[in-house]
Design a protein around this ligand. Structure first.
Ligand SMILES: [Zn+2]
Ligand SMILES: [Zn+2]
Length: 333
């Protein structure tokens, strides 16, 4: 006998958000701004279904894994499926909203591989089966098909957009902001400095939107000055922002995105797209993005840098260092 536990939300349909509540961006950051959640999602997309397998695959404690699986089930990201009654054994299957996260994980993988040198050797290669080559993903615009850079995308708030509504509510009440800095497992170190803190991701979003001065960050985010100072310092430390003194005004330091900072844009673009796909505010989208070059709505996609074809989850294999290609999860095809 098998049975499936009903999650609180329908996993294959967008969540309807409350009027004036957290918007799609806030909900996405609350969910994905957690290293363990990202790691469990990553394992799930590779076909890992069972508790014991997850314990083997990740440097995670029992209590943390139990709480994350409960949260992911409640949020409609995993479906708990009992496959044996005595004793009870369950597996956790990725739902469509989890399956559609693969571009975000691909973007994180590419960025960490390129910009976090100590980390690069621990990451597997990715193989594009269509052209039979190891590849890097290239971010493009689905409307015109061309590659895009961060500066070509114009973003403005949509009907449900504002800074206060975009700051995440934690999906799990688990730790202070200070503990989250730099990640816990060390598997996505720099990504977690940006993503794993409720103010960091908002601050990076502000930098992408052209804000550069301390007081601009402070007033846009409505964050306490000490927090803004601490987050700016952390971003400068990992080389995502650089301080630039304005001519003759030592007190007017500007913080500009570095090349490494701008290269994080594919993670931002794909995670924002996922957010708007799965979380619908009654007022409308949180963010409206336009590709300046073609003038159309910006929808991200990834192409293969070797053959130029659009990438699909089904055509990507993970190649662990020193071994032959293995095919990821059949079901995520
Ligand atoms: Zn375009
Ligand atoms: Zn290719």
């Amino acid at each position: 006998m098998t049975k499936t536990q009903e999650p609180a939300v329908l996993p294959d349909q967008p969540t309807r958000l409350e009027t004036d509540g957290p918007n799609a961006v806030g909900r996405m950051l609350g969910l994905l701004g957690d290293e363990w959640t990202l790691l469990i999602v990553q394992q799930s997309l590779r076909g890992i279904r069972r508790y014991g397998q997850l314990m083997d695959a990740l440097p995670i404690s029992n209590s943390t894994l139990t709480s994350r699986l409960a949260m992911l089930t409640r949020e409609g990201m995993l479906e708990r499926h009992v496959y044996q009654d005595k004793p009870v054994r369950a597996e956790y299957r990725p739902t469509p909203r989890t399956r559609s996260l693969w571009p975000v994980l691909l973007a994180i993988w590419e960025w960490e591989r390129h910009w976090v040198p100590d980390h690069a050797e621990r990451l597997p290669s990715m193989h594009h089966d269509t052209c039979d080559a190891d590849f890097a993903p290239v971010l493009g615009c689905r409307s015109c098909g061309r590659p895009v850079a961060a500066r070509e995308i114009e973003a403005e708030w949509g009907p449900s957009g504002s800074w206060p509504r975009s700051v995440p509510e934690a999906a799990t009440r688990r730790r202070s902001d200070a503990e989250a800095v730099g990640g816990q497992s060390g598997l996505f170190p720099d990504t977690m400095t940006i993503f794993g803190n409720r103010w960091s991701s908002a601050l990076l979003g502000a930098a992408f939107r052209g804000l550069s001065r301390f007081h601009e960050f402070e007033s846009a985010l409505g964050a306490p000055p000490t927090l803004v100072a601490e987050r700016l310092k952390a971003f400068v430390a990992i080389g995502v922002l650089e301080p630039v003194e304005s001519l003759g005004r030592a007190d007017w330091v500007q913080y500009r995105l570095t090349e490494k900072g701008r290269a994080f844009f594919p993670v931002v673009a794909t995670s924002l797209h996922w957010a708007e796909q799965w979380f619908h505010a009654p007022e409308g989208p949180a963010l409206l993005q336009t590709h300046r070059t073609c003038g159309q709505d910006y929808v991200p996609f990834f192409a293969c840098d070797r053959c130029g074809e659009p990438l699909a989850a089904a055509d990507i294999s993970i190649v662990p260092a020193g071994t032959a290609a293995t095919t990821p999860d059949e079901e995520s095809r």
